[in-house]
Write a protein that binds this ligand. Sequence first.
Ligand SMILES: [Zn+2]
Length: 204
Amino acid sequence: MGKIHDTKPIRSHTGEVWRTNSSNKKRLAVDFYNKCGYCGDHDIYSGGYNVYHVEHFAPKEKFGELEFTYDNLLYSCPYCNIAKSNKWIGKTSKEAVVGNKGFVDPCTDEYDIHLGRDIDGKIIYKTSLGQYIHEELKLYLKRHEILFNLEKIRMKRKALKEKIEFREKNNQDYKDLEIIYKDLSAVFCDYYELIIDESPVHTF
Ligand SMILES: [Zn+2]
């Protein structure tokens, strides 16, 4: 069983550093490797950096004083951000979980206790709190599994390209790799077109 993130996002700042969304967002995109904190979807599959949101873990509608506090911010896809909205179970900003309900900061190791991925890349829950988060953030959406696998293909394709270039530079035969590269590219393009043709409000 895998984790939602191959590399866990780590916030590089703490406290209130910048007092604008755009300044915080630039840094968040780097800290989160351009992937949504909750579901791990890369922003290239959903319209890129401009379409992604600055998500407030403790909602700014309830805790306005945390609007620009970096520790409370996440880089998020529109699906997770809209699904979470201003949901918050506790009475204070520190009270993220009450009983088996609430949210866990995806930058913590605790996130992986409650949520993970199955062998196919589908997001699954492991605890009842994980089940609450899974349902509230709609982490069951098929798109998360598809985008995770698509990203894996993209990374493999990139690594293969580097190998081909290395062999080419060293006058080694690379035809066998080139055939695999072309096959991978065809699969990637088919899926990529499928994803970017979709409207941002669909729910597959
Ligand atoms: Zn997301």
